[in-house]
Design a protein around this ligand. Structure first.
Ligand SMILES: NC(=O)c1ccc[n+]([C@@H]2O[C@H](COP(=O)([O-])OP(=O)(O)OC[C@H]3O[C@@H](n4cnc5c(N)ncnc54)[C@H](OP(=O)(O)O)[C@@H]3O)[C@@H](O)[C@H]2O)c1
Length: 332
């Protein structure tokens, strides 16, 4: 049986750097090749992260027969095109979040991977953090009773450059797709799919959401209040209140290293540190799946990525965010 997994990385930006640092912490991963549109970046990145090879074309990397899985770390609007290209060339893919720009894209990607019997997973890395593992245990054991209410926010003040990835509509900009996906995913883990939603956003001149406020209502009466913003440093904490107690995922909640449970006025604190930059946990999940010959993670199945994307589409519809229409000022 194969003992190591050969990785490729395409799109050598900020997150690819952090991810590549964590690849070096794994005993079962080898960084086999990296690819950038820019030769100097490919060479420098390859040297820095001890990659065996580097390429100046994403396609050439995907053609390398020694690669098992490719980490797609390009802006959101390229995830579909890049992932489909890798799958069609017979490679497994770990695709950064959000997996697609809408649920149609995600469903096509999932069908392609399944029909080719290839591994595919969304880079919702938080799912593999020690804190989220603990959270899942608490929720499964109903330690705080039935969930009544979830409150979560994620926000920071970003450089409002209209051409930058976070504000540029052509690159999938906006707070919801970049940050809001984390509170949305948490609400799905805790409460499932909401019955109805009410959302409002402040839009930028580039027609993406600078701030998005979401109120979710569930069949059993539970509620979630979620928020994402690129305009201000917000606490970035999450609270889950149940019939027997409450818990807090400490800031920044999506990579929390501490959970506090409060019951009858008594607090219990769990310290749950992650290793490296936090990506090592998702890397080990992918390695384990591949070495076992599995094409899907049981902790983060593709069904969940479809549900996350579908819920985000419902929110986008409410706030009038549509990546497939051109910016009004650029029309005609
Ligand atoms: N999991 C997390 O915590 C986390 C955190 C941040 C971001 N992300 C996700 O990772 C993805 C990348 O984010 P990032 O912050 O790393 O972005 P970034 O620094 O802008 O890097 C993106 C890279 O994509 C490549 N690219 C290909 N076509 C491009 C285009 N037309 N314009 C710009 N870049 C293009 C570029 O690489 P080359 O020029 O080298 O080809 C670029 O360096 C996003 O989808 C984001 O949601 C995840």
């Amino acid at each position: 049986m194969k003992k190591k997994v050969n990785w490729g990385i395409i799109g050598l930006g900020k997150i690819a750097n952090k991810f590549a640092e964590d690849l070096q912490l794994s005993n079962t991963a080898v960084l086999h090749a990296v690819a950038s549109r820019n030769e100097e970046r490919a060479r420098n990145f390859g040297e820095k992260h001890k990659s065996v090879k580097f390429y100046t074309s994403y396609e050439e990397l995907a053609d390398d027969p020694e690669i098992d899985v490719i980490y797609v770390a390009t802006p959101h609007t390229f995830h579909f095109e890049n992932t489909m290209m890798c799958l069609k060339k017979g490679k497994g893919v770990l695709c950064e979040k959000p997996m697609g720009i809408d649920v149609q894209e995600v469903e096509i990607m999932v069908r392609e991977a399944r029909s080719r019997n290839l591994f595919l997973m969304e880079g919702l890395w938080t799912r593999f953090m020690p804190s989220i593992n603990k959270l899942m245990e608490i929720l499964e054991n109903k330690a705080i009773g039935d969930i009544l209410f979830v409150r979560a926010d994620f926000g920071f003040k970003a450089d409002a450059h209209p051409e930058g990835r976070l504000f540029n509509k052509k690159l999938g900009g906006g707070s919801l797709m970049d940050l809001g996906i984390y509170p949305v995913y948490l609400s799905l883990l805790a409460l499932g799919i909401p019955l109805d939603i009410k959302c409002m956003a402040r839009m930028t001149t580039t027609e993406v959401d600078a701030t998005c406020s979401m109120l979710l209502n569930y069949e059993n009466g539970a509620k979630a209040i979620l928020e994402s913003t690129l305009e201000a440093e917000t606490p970035s904490e999450a609270y889950i209140h149940g019939s027997k107690g409450s818990l807090k995922l400490h800031s920044r909640f999506h990579q929390a290293e501490k959970i506090t449970i409060t019951q009858n006025g008594t607090k219990e604190v769990f310290n749950l540190e992650y290793e490296g930059n936090g990506f090592i946990h998702e890397i080990e999940e992918v390695n384990d799946c591949l070495l076992r010959g599995e094409i899907e993670s049981s902790k983060l199945p593709l069904k969940t990525s479809i549900e996350v994307s579908h819920l985000i589409d419902r929110i986008k519809k409410e706030i009038g965010l549509d990546y497939k229409t051109k910016i009004a000022s650029h029309k005609a």
